[in-house]
Design a protein around this ligand. Structure first.
Ligand code: NAD
Ligand code: ZN
Length: 251
């Protein structure tokens, strides 16, 4: 299916980074399953008092699940699943990745065309003018100054509960969903909107769906192919199969 498609897009969620040591939020071992689901008003807390918000982030008063996630993110490196997607892109078999992850592991693995629909932990973003800047090491430990362009409120780029998806990221993800004729849906429960709705948008435009997930999801029954297993094991096999299949079909 991948070989016979002309515009393959991968849509990835927390599951692809589990083998890199970063737990997902939901599911049996999920961070929220163990710590409880956090308050759903993170973004309004930031808007109400950005200084107090940053102080909570930096004075060790962040909630325990955030501390656990942060430690895991600091230690993580790409796993064979991330690497397989980068190989597929280099081989011309994958056009782009739309990821819900903020961990930067696709880029670390060598993927070039990556849309981060929920932002990146390595960036800051002004919520007033939308400009994104690299998050220097310094601002991991202290609050950043107001926006250099507009004087506005600067927040980390990762999207909080209740926060709108930055318009450019949303546009780029919609474009990928509209152009795709085959979507690999990897390690996502596809329940977080709007990101979780993208595979169905692609499908309604005629794209085939291939799911890679350890568990059944709300999307499984509508997928053309379901590969039940760990992304770090399934994706290298898939990339190997695509490479072999292409070599054979060119002979
Ligand atoms: P989710 O937590 O809702 O779902 C994770 C999915 O991954 C589940 O369907 C689970 O069955 C599957 N999964 C677990 N282990 C897997 C594995 N080894 N291989 C393949 N699949 C596996 O995650 P979500 O749907 O991505 O949504 C939660 C939001 O939180 C997203 O925005 C997500 O990106 C973000 N988040 C990001 C990170 C990160 O940056 N690494 C980590 C946790 C959560
Ligand atoms: Zn600004």
């Amino acid at each position: 299916m991948i070989i016979s498609s002309s515009h393959v897009v991968a849509m990835t969620g927390a599951g692809i980074s589990v083998e890199s040591g970063i737990p997902a939020f939901r599911g049996r071992e999920g961070i929220w399953t163990r710590h409880g689901t956090p308050a759903a008003d993170g973004y309004s807390q930031f808007l109400e008092d950005p200084e107090a918000f940053w102080a909570r982030q930096h004075l060790g008063r962040a909630e325990p699940w955030i501390a656990e996630l942060r430690n895991a993110l600091d230690a993580a490196t790409p796993n064979p699943g991330h690497i397989a997607l980068a190989e597929l892109e280099r081989a011309g078999a994958l056009r782009s990745i739309v990821t819900q992850n903020i961990d930067g592991l696709h880029q670390d693995a060598g993927s070039r065309s990556v849309v981060e629909i929920h932002g990146s932990r390595y960036k800051l973003r002004c919520v007033d003018c939308g400009i994104r800047t690299p998050r220097e090491e310094l601002f991991m430990a202290q609050a950043p100054p107001p926006c250099e362009s507009c004087g506005g409120r600067v927040k980390f780029d990762s999207v909080l509960f209740g926060e709108p998806i930055p318009p450019e990221a949303l546009e780029a993800s919609m474009a990928a969903a509209n152009q795709a004729d085959c979507v690999l849906v990897i390690g996502t429960s596809a329940t977080v909107r709007p990101a979780g709705g993208l595979p169905r948008i692609a499908q309604s435009n005629g794209a085939k769906l291939i799911e890679v997930n350890t568990s059944e999801t709300a999307l499984s029954k509508s997928c053309d192919i379901v590969l039940r297993g760990k992304a770090a094991e399934v994706l290298p096999q898939l990339a190997g199969g695509v490479s072999l299949g292409r070599a054979t079909s060119w002979q």
